[in-house]
Design a protein around this ligand. Structure first.
Ligand code: TLP
Length: 343
């Protein structure tokens, strides 16, 4: 199988498995797991924040952040394609009791002017604006890097109106590697950031939230409320440390592979894609002559897995477990499916 569905499918490295087996452990609800503490210190340092907190998943990290920033019946401004809005199963409505104010972005980037316009005035009829969420890289926009300048402008604006900013940085290190701008500079343009260890960085489980000590104290309490207080969690943190220390720079290989795949796909009949817009490890194409579900089923029969993200849209994701030679094999197969238009 050549699995291009997501970078979440990556397997831990042998070094990660060894680290799991030998990790020094303690009870993390008492704050006594030395491996968890090391991971949190490392993440806080890399992200330039006071403190960090290990959580079970990206979804939990985003939801805990929303809970830590927002009161019920308040409003969260975000881009209409945001993961928090589209792929977190309605969690923010059920848990934090907030409502969303989605804005159309430009390839995932919110316009600061639109954000400014969307911030609510103080009026008894209006839900108060409690949070602005950004996402970098932006998944549904095709792994786009949101420019630091855009983030910084929104952050300045948010501060002037006393509204916190949360960054869904599930793939923040992809943005950092692609742009050459350190992750901590992006993280400086938000109050809380969530990064995933379990995507391109290939750890088996986990995400980290980083922010001020005060924010992390609130987040720790919400994590407990949600049942995310884990005990000997060093088993999970140990591969997370290896992910942060050794797996960041190699993301550039995934980006080069994505560009290679995109250039091949762009030449095929029935595919609409501008390969120059592929900045990181995610490629989203529009099919012009075939139904997306049919296309992905035909590829599955040829041992290639992709994600269907709409009637005519397909997502391909590169990661450490797909090599250039896998892609060289996959391209003619994909071309064959498109040419025959068969299921
Ligand atoms: N995204 C997954 C699916 O949920 C769509 C994927 O395969 O890309 N933020 C962003 C931007 C994400 O892409 C994801 C995962 C998350 C948050 C949630 O992370 P997990 O899956 O750990 O809850």
């Amino acid at each position: 199988m050549i699995d291009l569905r997501s970078d979440t499918v990556t397997q831990p490295t042998p070094e990660m498995r060894r680290a799991m087996a030998t990790a020094e452990l303690g009870d993390d609800v008492y704050g006594e797991d030395p491996t968890v503490n090391r991971l949190q210190e490392l993440a806080a340092e890399m992200l330039g924040k006071e403190e960090a907190l290990l959580v079970t998943s990206g979804t939990q990290g985003n939801q805990i952040s929303i809970l830590s920033h927002c009161a019920p019946a308040s409003e969260v401004i975000l881009e209409e394609g945001a993961h928090i809005l589209n792929y977190e199963a309605g969690a923010a409505a059920a848990l934090a009791g907030v409502q969303f104010r989605p804005l159309a972005g430009e390839r995932g980037a919110l316009s600061p002017a639109d954000v400014s316009e969307a911030i609510r005035e103080d009026n008894i009829h209006f839900p108060p604006t409690a949070l602005i969420c950004l996402e970098n890289t932006h998944n549904r926009a095709g792994g786009t890097v949101i420019p630091l300048q855009t983030m910084a402008t929104i952050y300045r604006l948010a501060r002037s109106r006393s509204i916190p900013v949360h960054l869904d940085g599930a793939r923040l290190f992809n943005a950092a590697v692609a742009s050459g701008i350190p992750a901590r500079q992006y993280a400086a343009a938000c109050d809380s950031v969530q990064i995933c260890l379990s995507k391109g960085l290939a750890a088996p489980v986990g995400s980290v939230i980083a922010g001020t000590s005060d924010l992390i104290a609130r987040a720790r309490r919400w994590r407990k409320i949600l049942g995310g207080g884990m005990r000997q969690a060093g088993i999970i943190a140990a591969p997370g440390i290896i992910a942060l220390q050794t797996m960041v720079e190699r993301l550039s290989e995934d980006h080069a592979n994505a560009r290679f795949l995109a250039e091949g796909l762009a030449l095929m009949p029935g595919i609409e894609l501008n390969p120059v817009q592929v900045e990181t490890n995610i490629i989203i194409v529009r099919l012009t002559a075939m139904d997306a579900a049919q296309f992905s089923e035909a590829l599955r029969k040829r041992a290639i897995l992709v994600n269907t993200i709409g009637r005519d849209r397909i997502r391909f994701t590169t990661h450490k477990d797909v090599t250039r030679s896998h892609l060289e094999k996959a391209l003619p197969q994909i071309n064959g499916v498109l040419k025959r238009g068969e299921a």
